[in-house]
Design a protein around this ligand. Structure first.
Ligand code: SME
Length: 182
């Protein structure tokens, strides 16, 4: 089963005649298969980042997890920060506070944020000077944001409603695992 998932990933990557929508439709099926065989959310995030990164050749593809706060911290802080999770691409910032940057904004708003030009987004956190556009999609468990999927592109205007629709569908598969997260 693992073999067929892998070979179809490469098929999607190589077939440049496919539209973005068709590529995503194939990837949704692959993600569903991969996640069905594994209950660990972090392992599944790692494979989702790899599948998306390889298929589309993004600059950076990965997750930031909402850091769980321990009982003893609860009287002092309302929430933790986003902390770097599984990713593909160059070195990235480790922590992002609530409401900061594109990732912290998507977390605070609990909605997908598409940024056509990161240089025009007030408060954008530039982990890499090569990034020019970005999409951040919340990962939810019982309506609560437990992580965000962050994708950066070297091109401007890379992401649109098609990316939003399918990436939101893909991250839904991450909410069914055993929660070592919140
Ligand atoms: N640009 C993001 C920071 C994370 S990196 O792009 C990997 C932000 O503004 O939140």
């Amino acid at each position: 089963m693992r073999m067929s998932i892998k070979s179809s990933t490469f098929a999607a990557e190589k077939d440049r005649s496919m539209t973005k929508e068709e590529q995503y439709q194939e990837l949704v099926t692959q993600v569903a298969s991969v996640v069905a065989g594994e209950t660990d959310t972090i392992a599944n995030m790692a494979n989702v980042a790899a599948i998306l990164h390889e298929a589309f050749g993004f600059w950076w593809t990965g997750f930031y997890r909402v850091e769980p706060i321990v009982e003893s911290q609860k009287s002092k802080v309302e929430r933790g920060e986003l902390v770097l999770g599984p990713f593909q691409g160059p070195l990235a910032c480790t922590r992002i506070p609530y409401g900061k940057g594109v990732c912290g904004t998507a977390w605070a708003k609990n909605e997908t944020v598409i940024v056509p030009n990161v240089h025009e987004f007030a408060g954008h956190i530039a982990c890499s000077s090569e990034s020019n556009s970005e999409i951040v999609v919340p990962v939810r468990l019982n309506d609560k944001v437990i992580a965000v999927l962050d994708i950066d592109s070297k091109e401007f205007n890379t992401f649109d409603e098609t990316d939003q629709k399918y990436l939101e569908e893909i991250v839904n598969y991450l909410s069914g695992g055993t929660q070592t997260l919140q």
